[in-house]
Ligand binder design. Sequence first.
Ligand code: MG
Length: 223
Amino acid sequence: MKKLQSIKYWIFDLDNTLYSGKTKVFDQVDKKMSQFISEKLKVNAHEAKKIQKNYFHEYNTTLNGMIKNHKINANEFLDFVHDIDINFLKKDVSLNEELEKLDGKKIIFTNGSKKHAINITTKIGIRQHFSDIFDIVDSDFIPKPAIEPYKKLVGRHKIDPKLCAFVEDIARNLKPAYEMGMKTIWIENDEPWAKKFSESNFINYKTNNLSEFLKQINLLKAA
Ligand SMILES: [Mg+2]
């Protein structure tokens, strides 16, 4: 934990990282993706789900598979799948407090869209902490864990990866970050595809509560 005090740049994934997977927000996005596929490719719901999963596993995002195979309009897809109900989300008072105390620049790095990241972080009351949202458009539609977007992000902000910490719920997305020299923090969860590789040596820290984790770092500073 002490090593994290020298971190100058905090990079956070969005979905199931800055808010809990238990909210099932991403399940809504998941359903909208199926619906989009079903409507665009004129297939039934079952077939759409199958295509979606295949693309996710082969291309790391459903969107990437849809672009490569069906030349869809990416913005249309992103707007459609992120048009979900987040009214039930509550302000995250403790996360807000710890982000406020946490030293360093904070950046969101997501395979989703900027609009979705703004909607969510505004709703839970933490939007003001982030100086940049690096989304799938910034990533040139090359999703994590391909190394290209990590390099582009670091290049854009002219930052030394050794001064970065990267926080994610999908374990394999931490690998490129670690290889570039970042400290890596895995948000523990039980999704089989997200926890795959979570026992690997490219994970420096694990937590099941992000606010609590940041609190420990902030307390070290205060001591
Ligand atoms: Mg995530």
